[in-house]
Design a protein. Structure first.
Length: 564
């Protein structure tokens, strides 16, 4: 409480200074309230408190070269799906900073990323209840044109308990340098190829407290990256090595790990092409070797599959990045049929074709059962981009957008998603690979200047499988689904929508359930209020390959956001 009152006093003081032109204060507020009830049909339980609430308030102050900020968090108690270590009210994030053209210094909490994040990314994803903010010191330097240097030293946020931050056990240190060659060397200013090179190093320290093994207390990860750009073409690549890091994730083996990423792209008017390839092995990198799931992760492995937004596509069979190894490829093509052509019509017609495939990585050798100590400690070898025959995922999708006139548009999409449920566990009702086909039709109609209507119709079909016990073909997993949504908007303030997700193809007739949700929202300036009421299906909620489990629920959710 003392910390909270102190923060409130500082906020009031800085507000007073801002009003006297002695600085600038900005921030935002967010609060999510849930009132839940029992629904035995979907195994939704009412919590003992009946009502749950998460609240956040960010306050940022700047005055010339100085800055400061804090975030007050409150979980009384936390909403469903959040980690059980989140409770209480207190300061969840705070920092002071000093910045010039040459130096940028931060003490306290901060978020940062090196390259693509494959050996270090500190970030917050509030929708997932994920926050691994660093707590320590960060220094950024711009010593010369085109040269940027970053370094940090600190601990990671692990949880928020009894209204205070609890940091992870390990200490994390890192250094990153980047040079834009054409800016640094005057003679290359007009060179047609833009060149960027960079290097990164991250080290963690954690005391060896294992009685059975001699564990490395300092574990380093390092790598380099390069980016090339020529007219409409670009090519960038990054490669990292992580030294041996025995942990609960990998069964306490002493193999090194690697992470490689390559992106190639081309764009011109009406055409965009992106090709990506990623190879990882043994890249679980945590500041506490005993943790699992999304706890204490130092790094982030970017997904090589498209992020979907439609209800059935995004929530039924999402892909979670595999920390211990995968090889993935993706191709994404966007082509716009020209305006005023026979097919493109008056406004042109964008077509997006996307394909991604992810397999396991090859781990050759079998030293686990051998007598040689080196083999037992390093039971396999791995080569980057060596792909196994074990298919984890593939996704082929096509989307066509067509604007018929100023008032009416339509978007048609098809998705074929295959997921290996033995590897990426998304359901308890299926084994092996789940092959699904999904069709989506979205339509929008502008009634007049203020009123508009939008509708979505989605259907998901899963391939049947042979049941040896009955000798018949049966629906895989929970069978087929359908979703219908209609949304009405009164600009600029109101919107209302109703969505029904229906498991009409469930093999058990009693489980053919409608998940109906109604929403209404009001927006005025920087204030947004939205209320939803209805059923939420249990399952994984994923953002960018990072997932959390959300239990089934039935009830009211009200969200308030405000910026200032």
């Amino acid at each position: 409480m003392k910390k909270f009152l102190l923060t409130l006093a500082v906020a009031c003081a800085t507000t007073a200074m801002a009003q006297n032109d002695m600085g600038n204060i900005t921030g935002n507020l967010e609060s999510t309230f849930q009132y839940l009830r029992n629904d035995p049909l979907i195994d939704a339980n009412q919590p003992p408190e009946k009502a749950l609430i998460n609240s956040y308030a960010n306050i940022f102050y700047t005055k010339g070269k100085f800055s400061a900020g804090a975030r007050v968090e409150s979980y009384l108690p936390r909403i469903q799906g959040y980690p059980d270590r989140f409770d209480g009210t207190g300061i969840g994030f705070r920092y002071i900073g000093y910045k010039t053209d040459f130096i940028d210094l931060t003490i306290g909490n901060f978020y940062e990323q090196f390259g693509s994040g494959m050996i270090f990314r500190s970030y917050e994803q509030r929708a997932l209840g994920y926050d691994n903010a660093m707590d320590g010191i960060r220094l950024k330097l711009n010593p010369y044109k085109g040269i940027r240097i970053k370094g940090f030293w600190g601990k990671q946020r692990l949880s928020f308990t009894d209204g205070r931050i609890i940091n992870s056990a390990g200490l994390v240190r890192g250094f990153d340098g980047e040079m834009h060659v054409n800016q640094t060397f005057e003679k290359l200013k007009d060179f047609p190829i833009d060149i960027m090179i960079g290097a990164q190093f991250v080290s963690k320290y954690q005391e060896d407290d294992n009685d059975q093994l001699i564990l490395p207390e300092n574990v380093g990860a390092y790598g380099g990256r390069i980016g090339l750009r020529y007219k409409g073409f670009y090519l960038n690549g990054e490669y990292n090595i992580k030294e041996n890091d025995p942990s609960s994730d990998n069964g306490y083996i002493y193999n090194n790990g690697h992470a490689a990423l390559i992106n190639f792209g081309y764009s011109r008017k009406g055409l965009g092409i992106v090709l990506s390839a990623k190879s990882t092995d043994n890249m679980s990198f945590r500041s506490d070797r005993t943790k699992d799931l999304q706890d204490a992760l130092i790094n982030f492995l970017p997904p090589t599959n498209k992020t979907h937004t439609y209800n059935l596509v995004a929530t039924l069979y999402p892909y979670a990045t595999q920390l211990l190894g995968e090889v993935g490829y993706q191709a994404d093509i966007i082509y716009t049929v020209p305006k005023k052509s026979k097919i493109g019509g008056k406004y042109g017609m964008p077509i997006n074709i996307n394909y991604s495939i992810i397999n396991g990585s090859v781990q050759s050798g079998d030293g686990v059962s051998g007598q040689d100590s080196t083999q037992r400690l390093r039971p396999y070898s791995n080569t980057p981009f060596a792909t196994s025959t074990s298919n984890y995922w593939h996704d082929f999708n096509v989307q066509i957008k067509r604007k018929f006139n100023k008032k009416f548009y339509a978007i048609g999409s098809y998705y074929n998603i295959l997921i290996n449920n033995d590897v990426i566990k998304v359901t308890d009702d299926a084994k092996g690979k789940i092959n699904s086909h999904i069709g989506v039709l979205e339509m929008g109609y502008k009634i007049n200047r203020k009123h508009s209507l939008r509708a979505e119709f989605q259907a998901l079909f899963v391939n049947d499988v042979y049941d040896k016990a009955t000798g018949q073909e049966v629906a895989q997993d929970k069978g087929n689904w359908a979703t219908a949504l209609i949304e009405y908007t009164i600009s600029p303030n109101w919107f209302v929508s109703v969505m029904d997700q229906y498991n009409y193809g469930n093999p058990t007739e009693a489980n053919r359930i409608h998940y109906i949700v109604g929403s209404v929202g009001y927006v005025k300036g920087a204030t947004r209020i939205m209320g939803t009421y209805g059923r939420q299906r249990a399952g994984l909620f994923c953002v960018g390959g990072v997932c959390r489990f959300v239990p089934a629920s039935n009830g009211l959710t009200v969200t308030l956001t405000q910026s200032f």
